[in-house]
Write a protein that binds this ligand. Structure first.
Ligand SMILES: *[C@@H]1O[C@H](CO)[C@@H](O)[C@H](O)[C@H]1NC(C)=O
Ligand SMILES: *[C@@H]1O[C@H](CO)[C@@H](O)[C@H](O)[C@H]1NC(C)=O
Length: 558
């Protein structure tokens, strides 16, 4: 078998993964027969590329039935693209690529778990490469090896599984591929100069598309508004529409309401400023991602009609009064956002407590990931936080305005489920340990202008891993006591313009792994920091020599 692979690592690894699953002599014999047949063809081409190709193609044909579409679907994504697995699973589910038919799903595991299981199987078979891995060992991003992707695309084309159009390569000499009625999936790569109107006329030839994914590159400057309308008119059977980063500004066309079968819609990183009320017709939607970028989007108050919604993402709000970029969302003046009755909702990101009907929100029994923000002092937050624990809902992350804390310093103290907290803008008065709930893992302070040294306030939070301090303290001194910050792995100190002296007691910050110090005139780094910490500082701080990992370190002081 090794000989067949001619020393090509990718082929060896993939073939090895096939053999590792085969337990009997007969199974090995079958692989041997297959490989001879496949590689026989490779020999005729006489090229090592073709040889690897054949081994890889064989590994595709060796996949169990349920994994084949999962694998082919990955061919939609551009070369070297890091695929966000959470998004991938939701697309698979929306398209029915992963369905509730296997033994496992009958045993009550969720579809998302099933999708995760399928991806893991593909990884075991070395067909998919793992990118980032989360704290609990889950795969966060993945990608295909270039050559495996070539195989994937070729088979995908033969089986009419999907069509990938790279607009950057289409010009006079190379006309766009001809679409056909049997085609179900289309991925379009849109580049800087790409003229999307080239495609307009071919859309009507493929009325049965179920999935349309767009991959704009960063410099894509064209205005694609009109194009969006023809997508809504031509592809009425769409299940999945991913506009991630696509250059549409202004209102989303109201024809979006024609796509009544849509289960997955993402406007992530687009600059859409208005979503029409017709989105309320999309009653099959399961995932709706409205995280526009750098704009404030006007939203209709119709989300409560989308009864099948499981994951709803609003744009995160850039709260600070000190920065220029405005980002977030609005609804009609005087209205409160209704979300009542969304009984399947599991993920709700960036909900604004000031502008939502709290009673409806608290009735959502399946909520697992809730993140919220609150800016005004109107007093919604307190009753909301109090009812959370009664209803046993968990709030993962909260962003609030400093004025709320100034007004009601103990407001967060009993919010046990809270993991992650950002406070933005001025807090009047001083901070105390008792104000913060003990399960916090992350705290960010932005432009808070706190009077007292923040270190003693946070150093005994038993689970705190990440502390980010940005322009939030005017004092000259900071001190961490011995043994403080037992779990902290990351610390950012940015824009503490008056800070000269930073003392660290023995054994403090014992688990610190990395640290960033910007724009803070600390005279010398404390001696007691753990020696393996990765420190980046600008301008440089004396003592950095010991940690010579700093990008900006020039080896000179004075
Ligand atoms: C949203 O878009 C950004 C930038 O393109 C990307 O990094 C991120 O992974 C996207 N998130 C999702 C869930 O699509
Ligand atoms: C800590 O939090 C900041 C702000 O959210 C984030 O940018 C950073 O990546 C986090 N660091 C770690 C190590 O989690």
């Amino acid at each position: 078998m090794l000989e067949h692979c001619q020393g090509l690592p990718l082929a060896i690894v993939v073939l090895g993964a096939i053999l590792a699953m085969k337990k009997t002599l007969e199974e090995w014999q079958t692989v041997n027969d297959n490989i001879c047949a496949y590689l026989g063809r490779g020999m005729a081409h006489g090229q090592s590329y073709r040889r690897v190709y054949d081994v890889l193609a064989m590994s595709y044909y060796d996949l169990p039935y349920h994994l084949k579409p999962c694998f082919l679907h990955l061919g939609n994504f551009p070369e070297d693209y890091e695929i966000d697995t959470k998004k991938l699973y939701r697309m698979w589910i929306a398209e029915g690529i992963v369905a509730a038919s296997s033994e496992r799903t009958l045993r009550q595991s969720s579809l998302e778990e099933e999708a995760e299981y399928c991806l893991n199987e593909l990884v075991q078979k070395r067909m998919v490469q793992v990118g980032k891995v989360g704290l609990k060992g889950k795969i966060k991003t993945c990608h295909l090896h270039d050559m495996i992707r070539d195989v994937c695309l070729e088979i995908g084309k033969v089986e009419n599984f999907m069509c990938v159009i790279d607009l950057n390569q289409i010009n006079q000499d190379e006309p766009p591929p001809v679409l056909n009625e049997r085609l179900r999936r289309l991925a379009i790569y849109v580049g800087e100069e790409a003229d999307a109107s080239l495609l307009d006329s071919s859309f009507e030839k493929a009325p049965n598309i179920r999935s349309l994914l767009l991959f704009p590159n960063q410099e894509c400057k064209q205005e694609h508004y009109g194009w969006m309308r023809s997508v809504c008119n031509e592809f009425e059977l769409l299940r999945v529409l991913d506009l991630n980063g696509f250059n549409i500004e202004g209102s989303l066309p109201k024809e979006i309401g024609n796509l009544i079968y849509l289960k997955f819609l993402s406007l992530n990183q687009t600059r859409v400023t208005k979503v029409p009320a017709s989105i309320g017709y999309l009653s099959c939607l399961e995932t709706l991602d409205l995280r526009v970028f750098g704009v404030v989007v006007m939203l209709p108050n119709v989300f409560w009609k989308l009864r099948r919604l499981k994951h709803l993402y609003f744009p995160s709000r850039i709260l600070s009064q000190e920065v220029d970029t405005k980002q977030g969302y609005m609804i009609k003046r005087g209205e409160m956002m209704r979300l009542d009755g969304l009984q399947y909702l599991e993920t709700l990101k960036n909900i604004d407590i000031d502008r939502v009907e709290v009673k409806g929100l608290l009735g959502l029994k399946n909520m697992r990931r809730l993140t919220a923000s609150c800016v005004s002092k109107k007093g919604n937050l307190d009753p909301f936080l109090k009812s959370l624990s009664i209803k046993r809902l968990s709030l993962k992350s909260l962003k609030i305005d400093g004025s709320i804390v100034s007004e009601n310093p103990m407001i967060l103290s009993s919010c046990q489920p809270l993991h992650s907290l950002d406070i933005d803008n001025k807090i009047c008065g001083s901070l105390h340990f008792e104000m913060f709930p003990e399960n916090l893992v992350y705290i960010g302070l932005w432009y808070c202008n706190v009077e007292n040294d923040p270190m003693p306030v946070f150093e005994w939070l038993p689970r705190l891993k990440n502390l980010s301090l940005h322009i939030c303290y005017r004092g000259n001194e900071m001190e961490c006591s011995a043994g403080g910050f037992p779990q902290l792995t990351y610390l950012a100190i940015d824009g503490l313009f008056w800070l000269h002296e930073w003392k660290v007691g023995p054994g403090a910050l014992a688990k610190l792994e990395s640290m960033e110090i910007y724009n803070s005139p600390i005279r010398v780094l404390p001696n007691a920091l753990p020696s393996c910490v990765k420190i980046v500082c600008n301008p440089c701080v004396k003592g950095i020599e010991k940690y010579n990992s700093c990008l900006y370190y020039k080896g000179q002081f004075e």
